[in-house]
Design a protein around this ligand. Structure first.
Ligand code: N01
Length: 530
């Protein structure tokens, strides 16, 4: 395998492994492979570490998982680092990556501003293994609006936010999209913009974040708890430190159910989703109960009856959780402000972008200084299919997966020997706490490379039969769950022309981990070795 690269040069020529991407996964691979004595480098397209936390530096961008599980579980790192908030923002996460760099001495093996390509001239490196750690929400989706290029103001995608920042204060700001990025942008910009216009296609069943700021005493208490949290996360379905309640909400009295809902609601974060009843994920009537509870809470926060109808209709816009719920802290209140307008683009779609703003189909031109595209990502597969990589049969990965992704165990794909990926299709990915998933897949990959070396083997590739069986399993599991039947980035339905399919393995991380281990224990069952 040879991979060309553009721009920065490194001395990397013959490597054991080339890692693409310097977010959580790539860093973990570099650290663990180096520790085992392998030569390894990272190519990173960005100018710094952090992956998603490098690109998503828009106002209000912050993580939606508790800091305690959203960091590396390596003791040499967590014992000396304190986050100041329960859900840290991008600035603090960048500081954390800087700290990790200093502790683990990472940058000496990373070529920044460097993209892995196969067409451009440049130095060629010859890694024995290629590990794509390119993230699942890395490839931004830009809608193809007529006239977008003619807009005279500033227009930015949230995931390509200017690194130097952008002044929103006193500006006429338009946000297109109300997913997690949109929610965060809207609640930050509403109070400071002269006017904020939000273009909403689908209402967001967003839940309370419940931020906490920590003082020194709390840090001390949390450090004592940390080893227990790290162990607890290894016992749960999604590797969060709380778990889905393994019973139906109809098996208990309505009173008991309400008390459990209230309890989980008050905890904030994903507790009301990943910490409630198992049938919410598969049974529409159970799911409707959760939505009814959510709706009652949210209606109290919105003044205008018309706005209430837009944000919390009687009938769910989609089953609760079928799109990843966003976390908010003043989102609904923003729409009570006189300087904020909601435009329902399901009823009245965007017709075009003009030099002055956004024109909707009713002929109204919404004049803007800044357009923010919070329109999401070609998620899960996009960051892999946008790299020009060909298999041994000459077929590029984007063509192989054009009608649907197929992998074995969500870590490799047939015809692409020695190419691994993390946080990609058919793995728990979006249904797993990120840094934990990185460890599970990362440890497996490092162990695989070490075992091959110890047996003097140089090549590993999944068999087509194993890939086909595994891909069927992913679809069978998903077919029992509500999310797989609704349009979202979980299924690729957010990208025009993309195959619609379940992109994640949702049988739980414990089962996923067992399948990986079982393959290794059975001599890399499902793989062809040579
Ligand atoms: O993207 P999204 P995101 N015209 O796809 C709308 C992570 N994340 O960047 O729902 C008009 O969820 C689209 O409308 P609809 C997290 O995993 C985490 O917000 O398709 N509108 C939707 O409202 C998250 O789930 C955080 O009808 C268009 C929005 O744009 C994932 O990234 C923060 C449109 C896209 O929402 C993706 O979140 C940010 C069009 N042509 C991101 N196309 C944290 O909190 C799309 N939309 C940690």
């Amino acid at each position: 395998m040879s991979v060309n690269y553009a721009e920065n040069s490194t001395n990397a020529q013959n490597l054991d492994a080339l890692v693409v991407g310097a977010g959580f996964s790539g860093i973990y691979q570099l650290y663990q492979l180096r520790k085992r004595g392998f030569s390894v480098k990272i190519f990173e397209a960005a100018g710094g570490l952090g992956g998603t936390w490098y690109w998503n530096c828009y106002p209000g961008a912050r993580v939606d998982s508790d800091f305690s599980i959203y960091q590396f579980a390596l003791e040499e790192l967590w014992k000396d680092w304190d986050f100041s908030e329960r859900f840290p923002g991008w600035e603090e996460l960048r500081e954390y990556f800087h700290y990790v760099d200093g502790k683990l001495n990472l940058s000496r093996d990373i070529a920044f501003n460097t993209q892995a390509v196969t067409t451009q001239h440049g130095t060629v490196v010859h890694p024995r293994f290629l590990i794509l750690c390119t993230g699942y929400t890395s490839e931004p989706y830009f809608p193809d609006y007529r006239g977008l290029a003619t807009f005279e103001g500033e227009c930015h995608h949230t995931a390509r936010w200017p690194q130097g920042g952008l002044e929103l204060k006193g500006k006429r700001v338009g946000v297109i999209g109300t997913g997690a990025s949109g929610v965060q942008m809207i609640q930050e910009s509403g109070p400071i913009a002269s006017h904020l216009t939000v273009f909403q296609r689908t209402a967001n069943i967003a839940m309370p974040l419940r931020q906490i700021k920590f003082d020194r005493k709390m840090h001390k208490e949390m450090k004592e708890l940390h080893p227990f949290i790290l162990r607890r996360r290894l016992q749960t379905f999604t590797r969060f430190h709380y778990d889905i309640i393994p019973k139906s909400l109809f098996d208990i009295t309505p009173e008991e159910r309400i008390l459990i809902f209230e309890d989980q609601w008050s905890k904030g974060g994903f507790s009301f989703w990943l910490g409630t009843f198992e049938d919410i994920f598969r049974d529409q009537s159970a799911n409707d109960e959760a939505y009814a509870f959510w709706r009652k809470k949210v209606l109290q926060r919105i003044d205008d009856p018309e706005m209430q109808r837009k944000f919390a209709p009687v009938v769910q816009p989609h089953p609760f959780g079928a799109k990843r719920p966003s976390l908010e802290h003043q989102y609904f209140e923003v729409f009570n402000r006189p300087n904020v307008t909601l435009v329902d683009i399901k009823e009245n779609p965007i017709a075009e972008v003009t030099p002055k703003g956004v024109k909707t189909q009713d002929g109204v031109e919404h004049e803007l200084d800044i357009i923010i595209l919070a329109t999401g990502f070609d998620a899960v597969t996009g960051s892999i299919t946008h790299i020009d990589i060909k298999g041994t049969d000459g077929v590029p990965i984007r063509d192989k997966w054009a009608k649907g992704a197929s992998t074995y165990l969500g870590v490799m794909t047939a015809n692409f020997p020695n190419m691994f990926f993390t946080f990609g299709p058919q793995a728990p990915t979006a249904f797993c706490n990120g840094p934990t998933c990185v460890e599970i897949q990362g440890d497996w990959i490092v162990d695989c490379i070490a075992r091959l070396q110890s047996r003097s083997l140089t090549r590993i590739v999944p068999t087509r039969a194993a890939e086909s069986d595994y891909s069927k399993l992913v679809k069978d599991v998903a077919s029992t769950q509500l999310w797989s039947r609704h349009k979202s980035w979980y299924t690729g339905a957010n990208i025009p022309g993309k195959a619609i399919e379940p992109l994640n393995f949702t049988g739980g991380v414990p089962l996923y981990g067992r399948m990986l281990k079982e393959s290794t224990d059975r001599g890399f069952h499902g793989f062809s070795l040579s």
